[in-house]
Ligand binder design. Structure first.
Ligand code: FAD
Length: 550
């Protein structure tokens, strides 16, 4: 007997599940219900369509109902909202949004991939005409049309998450003045603050007004928003508003059907992505997942997991048992020409969990310095102190960020350690990397820390370190310090002169060494240690890290 599979939501997870199932089985009847007018759309490309980098709307429509029918024999019904699931009868109730007709459709298996909806803050004026959020092509059309017809001069972006950072880049390109208001002390929550600070600095230098630790308390105007009131009491004039304060899983259907909801608010699934009802699978932004590194229950709404989960649910329905092992939160964003990427967990989470972790900072070049066009990146690697297992990484820079984060993401997935990172043999020629790639370097620095060859001093220990009245030694060249900036109270002893000046350094005082990025400081620390200066420590990440957060 043919099995009938109904899928709710026809974008990332839903469309993947449908196509995979058809590749495995010509027997199943597959129906997708999609509330919106489009299926299989590339919502990750929406900000770039607003900016015009993606020049044609149709490029965002990866598949259409007609193409899915022709190639995969999938019955796609757009503008069709599933309004109720009857688990006893194994039926869904559907509302045709074009005709308002309501009908039922039976299923043997149901896959829920309804996604997540933007959180809309409950503030005065939120319903005004030129207040937008970005979830689908319809929202994007509205923003694009507004920009084309009203030529706004100023835009206020509420929230400093990934989507608004992409919107910022894209609308600034159009000559619109952009202000981002963010309630917390940093944008891009998955980054730790010192890494986010590099992005803050970059945005401000790029002409974005960034207001941190502030929220919008009201939007004002008659029909259109004209200004925003901030928690500081200030008023900000604006011609448009984009809300990007996060998303919340779409769980109303699942709740109404009595499916178990996890403590994070996402639909609970087992490792086969089955819900508390054996005939119903759930995937994508709507579900609660296990964090691959911390094993915590989390919500991690990202496209790559949604797509992979779609495939796994289809495999299971086609009786090819497959399991989902967890999400590690690998993500990347480009904003105003700067790329920021994360994978695994971050330091703030590990601190809360009480994990015994270590971190290191480095600022390597994306390729050999002698080859034109190199660019420095800032890396933070997070690892387990006990066995060196890689737990997370954050990288910010202009070039080569994606490949380094992807190598580390792979290492995390494979359960590799910092010692393994040292050994990775990665593609090298001068235009692409250095003989020791930044990933190898991160492995060396972390391994040195674990072995005790390198005793780092960190930016977040700085107040405590200073209270112990250390001698601060800056081993950069005098000219460098003059041009780039000095550490208050530091004595300059360039690295090449250090051996001759050992007699000027006290052995009974703590010594903190600084250089520009941490490498010369490490050489200086090794030199001092071998001459009996056991209290010498190197400031991890050097002046560059110090400056990004000072
Ligand atoms: P979705 O792809 O959102 O699909 C859910 C669909 O279900 C929706 O179309 C909705 O209309 C439909 N639906 C909901 N309820 C019903 C119902 N009752 N009946 C019928 N249909 C229903 N992720 C990345 O990893 N990288 C990126 O660069 C990135 N950029 C993004 C940019 C934007 C502007 C947006 C909005 C998201 C971006 N994401 C990105 C997130 C990514 O798109 C999501 O993680 C992914 O689409 C989730 O897939 P999903 O199938 O769970 O939900």
């Amino acid at each position: 007997m043919n099995k009938k599979v109904v899928i709710i939501g026809g974008v990332a997870g839903g469309a993947s599940a449908a196509a995979r199932l058809r590749r495995l089985s010509e027997e199943h009847e597959i129906i997708i219900f999609e509330r919106g007018p489009d299926v299989s759309l590339a919502n990750c490309g929406l900000p770039y369509y607003i900016g015009g980098i993606i020049d044609a709307r149709k490029k965002l429509l990866v598949q259409t109902p007609a193409s899915l029918f022709k190639r995969f024999n999938i019955d796609v019904r757009t503008l069709s909202e599933v309004t109720h699931i009857d688990r006893q009868k194994k039926e869904v109730e559907v509302k045709n949004l074009k005709t308002s007709e309501i009908y039922t459709e039976s299923y043997d298996y149901l896959i829920l991939s309804p996604g997540a909806k933007p959180i809309i803050p409950d503030i005065q004026g939120i319903d005004l005409l030129n207040v937008f959020s970005v979830r689908n092509l319809v929202d994007t059309d509205n923003i694009k049309k507004f920009i084309e017809t009203s030529s706004p001069k100023r835009a206020l972006l509420i929230g400093g998450g990934f989507i608004n950072l992409e919107i910022a880049e894209n609308i600034k390109e159009k000559g619109i003045e952009v202000t981002i208001v963010e309630m917390t002390d940093q944008i891009m929550a998955p980054l730790d603050i010192e890494m986010a600070s590099i992005v803050h600095d970059h945005l401000r230098k790029g002409g974005i007004k960034l207001l941190l630790k502030q929220s919008v308390t009201a939007l004002e105007g008659d029909t259109e928003v004209k200004s925003a009131r901030l928690s500081s009491g200030d008023e900000l004039e604006t011609d448009m508003v984009v809300i990007g304060v996060g998303v919340t899983p779409e769980t109303s259907l699942a709740k109404d059907a009595g499916l178990t909801i996890g403590k994070t608010g996402g639909i609970e699934v087992n490792k086969y992505l089955r819900t508390s009802d054996a005939s119903i699978y759930a995937i994508g932004d709507a579900i609660q997942v296990k964090h691959l590194v911390t094993d915590q229950d989390v919500l991690l709404p990202l496209a790559s997991p949604a797509n992979k989960q779609g495939r796994i649910a289809a495999d299971n329905i086609a009786k090819r048992p497959a399991t989902y092992k967890g999400t590690q939160g690998t993500a990347i964003v480009r904003t105003m020409g700067l790329t920021a990427a994360v994978t695994g967990t971050n330091e703030k989470t590990l601190r809360k969990l009480g994990t015994n972790y270590g971190v290191c900072y480095l600022h390597p070049d994306d390729h050999a310095r002698y080859y034109p066009g190199f660019s420095e990146m800032s890396m933070k690697l997070i690892f387990a102190r006990v066995d060196g297992r890689v737990l997370g990484a954050q990288i910010v820079g202009r070039q080569g960020i994606d490949k380094r984060i992807d190598v580390i993401a792979t290492a995390i997935r494979a359960g590799m350690t910092v010692y393994d990172l040292q050994e990775l043999e990665l593609a090298y020629a001068p235009p692409f990397s250095s003989a020791k790639d930044p990933v190898n370097m991160a492995g060396y620095v972390a391994a040195n820390i674990i072995k005790g060859d390198y005793e780092p001093c960190y930016w977040n220990d700085w107040a405590k370190v200073l209270s112990e009245d250390p001698m601060l030694i800056d081993v950069r060249m005098e000219k460098e310090v003059e041009n780039i900036g000095a550490i208050p109270g530091a004595v300059i002893i360039p690295l090449n002169d250090l051996r001759e000046k050992l007699s000027e350094i006290p052995k009974d005082r703590n010594i903190i060494i600084f250089c520009q990025v941490g490498l010369r400081g490490y050489i200086a620390e090794r030199l001092l240690k071998q001459h009996g200066f056991t209290n010498a420590r190197n400031f991890c990440g050097g002046y560059k890290t110090y400056k990004s957060i000072a």
